[in-house]
Design a protein around this ligand. Structure first.
Ligand SMILES: O=C[C@H](O)[C@H](O)COP(=O)(O)O
Ligand SMILES: C=C(OP(=O)(O)O)C(=O)O
Length: 364
């Protein structure tokens, strides 16, 4: 790899704060090395269609996006996928289970930005290894029969992985960003826009509306060249209620308000509820309470013959409950607890099984 230093490229006014440029393989090269294959492509396309049908109200199952807050150990993530796959098959008549396989973490200020950015959690930022590890894991998860859900954060990273992804999210910190709305307009899978960290739901509705429109913007092509990107717009967008600074927003009044605002904007009057983040007060044990509450509302409305307003839920779940700090040195990395989040607190596996069962019961 040739690292270009600013001395080689800078002028008196450019790159004064850039330390280095480190080239990485083009998307085309990585996809050739780790191909999706026709068989997996069929599976991804079918999963995307099913998820889009639920969002549009043509399929009355519930989407459940469940998995770790972030992937830091691909082995543990695959172990989790092996546990989840049989449940996804068992509940397939009522739930469309999608595994959260999140590689890009938006930070409130600074912190570890995820496996693609720093796969060793050692500040070596081996992005090439991160991309390769991420893509390998995505293919392995698909091979277990699970659809994959990712948050898209870096505007060019989707070129390396998006062909494998059945559902995507734009996070609370970027939902108002034009760059991310443009990106979503060209992505091939359904996309959920989170409400803002301040609790503003309208920005998510605006995001979904902006992403449904065609856009022209700067990007890179699959050879990694700078390119003008023209998109046709993504009609399969929806909003995700994740709570905010003022508190949770999964209660009936908040959902009613969001559904009314969606109808006003001409969008599908259905919401996904993120049971974690500000809806749980970042308390992983509260996620189960939130999930059961929203699922009961789902069941009650359906039983009363009223329109169902919930298209899905999101859960942060891993093998062990809680979280642990991102290690700061090699000793810390060696002492990491297997299957435990290094970002937000997650429900442990046993609690997750109970919640999935409760959701399936409610949806039935
Ligand atoms: O979901 C993960 C976190 O909530 C998000 O990345 C923000 O994390 P931070 O506030 O710890 O930076
Ligand atoms: C960062 C996340 O959520 P939010 O954008 O809602 O904070 C996440 O789901 O990992």
């Amino acid at each position: 790899m040739t690292i270009t230093t600013p001395e080689a490229t800078s002028t008196a006014t450019s790159d004064r704060r850039v330390v280095a440029f480190s080239p990485i393989p083009s998307p085309r090269e990585l996809l050739a090395e780790l191909p999706l294959t026709d068989r997996r492509a069929e599976v991804v396309a079918r999963d995307r269609e099913e998820i889009a049908a639920i969002i549009a109200g043509r399929d009355d199952r519930m989407i459940v996006v469940v998995g770790p807050c972030s992937v830091h150990d691909p082995e543990a993530a695959l172990d989790y996928a092996r546990r989840l796959a049989p449940l996804a098959a068992e509940y397939a008549d009522t739930l469309k289970i999608v595994m959260r396989v999140y590689f890009e973490k938006p930070r409130t200020t600074v912190g570890w930005k995820g496996l693609i950015n720093d796969p060793g959690m050692d500040e070596t930022y081996d992005v090439e290894r991160g991309l390769r590890t991420a893509r390998r894991l995505l293919l392995d998860v698909i091979d277990l029969g699970l659809p994959v859900g990712c948050e898209f954060l870096e505007p060019t990273s989707p070129q390396y992985i998006a062909d494998t992804v059945a559902w995507g999210a734009i996070g609370a910190r970027t939902t108002e960003s034009q760059v991310h709305r443009q990106l979503a307009s060209g992505l091939s899978m359904p996309i959920g826009f989170k409400n803002g960290t301040d609790g503003n739901v309208q920005v998510a509705i605006d995001g979904a509306q902006a992403a449904a429109a065609p856009h022209v913007f700067f990007g890179v092509d699959d050879a990694g060249r700078g390119a003008v990107v023209q998109t046709s717009g993504n009609e399969d967008c929806h909003i995700i209620l994740r709570g905010g600074t003022p508190g949770p927003n999964y209660d009936a009044a908040s959902v009613t308000a969001a559904v009314a605002a969606l109808a006003n904007a001409g969008q599908s009057p259905k919401v996904m509820v993120d049971c974690s983040h500000a809806n749980s007060g970042k308390d992983h044990e509260r996620q189960a309470v939130v999930a059961v509450e929203v699922a009961n509302e789902f069941a009650a409305r359906r039983a009363a013959g009223e329109p169902v307003r919930l298209s899905g839920v999101m859960l942060e779940s891993f093998i062990e409950p809680g979280n642990q700090p991102v290690p700061s040195d090699a000793d810390g990395r060696a002492a990491l607890v297997y299957g435990k989040s290094v970002t937000d607190k997650c429900m442990g596996w046993d609690a997750s099984v109970d919640v999935l069962q409760a959701l399936a019961r409610a949806a039935r």
